[in-house]
Design a protein. Structure first.
Length: 149
């Protein structure tokens, strides 16, 4: 069995698709689409000039036609996922050391971790009360008490 030129185009396309799995930019997939187009041209016995033209057109179609669509819809929620300390905003916690900004003290346990805490309007929150994390200032949680309904 002899490897034909169209086999090489398709093998390169598959390799580029595999590389795309590890890169989030959809650039190598555009090149892979060009390789598929060139492989189809080679399968129908077109010359190298037509193959290269097919590769170029396939890559451009992928880059300007498919890539914007994929970046818009495939990566739509990737920037909205909060991680690390930013994920604490909106979480509930319990005061472990009374929060009193005038005495520079206060700690809150949120999801099992103990954090230094302050309030926005310098109010005092007693130990044991539940609070909500409003924002984060460096490593200090800015919290407010949860009012009971």
């Amino acid at each position: 069995m002899e490897i034909e030129v169209w086999h090489i185009w398709i093998i390169v396309a598959v390799l580029l698709f595999i590389v795309e799995i590890f890169t989030p930019t959809f650039l190598t997939a555009c090149l892979a689409l060009g390789c598929v187009a060139a492989g189809i041209a080679s399968y129908f016995d077109y010359g190298i000039k037509i193959q290269l033209l097919s590769f170029s057109i396939g890559t451009l179609i992928g880059f300007f036609g498919v890539r914007p669509f994929m970046l818009k819809y495939a990566h739509r929620n990737s920037d909205k996922v909060k991680t690390n300390i930013d994920a604490l905003v909106g979480k509930m916690g319990r005061v472990t050391v009374t929060i009193d900004s005038s005495q520079n003290q206060g700690r809150v346990a949120v999801e099992g971790d103990d954090w230094r805490a302050e309030t926005e309007n310098n109010e005092i929150i007693n130990e044991g009360e539940r609070v909500e994390v409003l924002k984060i200032d460096s490593t200090i949680l800015i919290v407010k008490p949860i009012t009971k309904k």
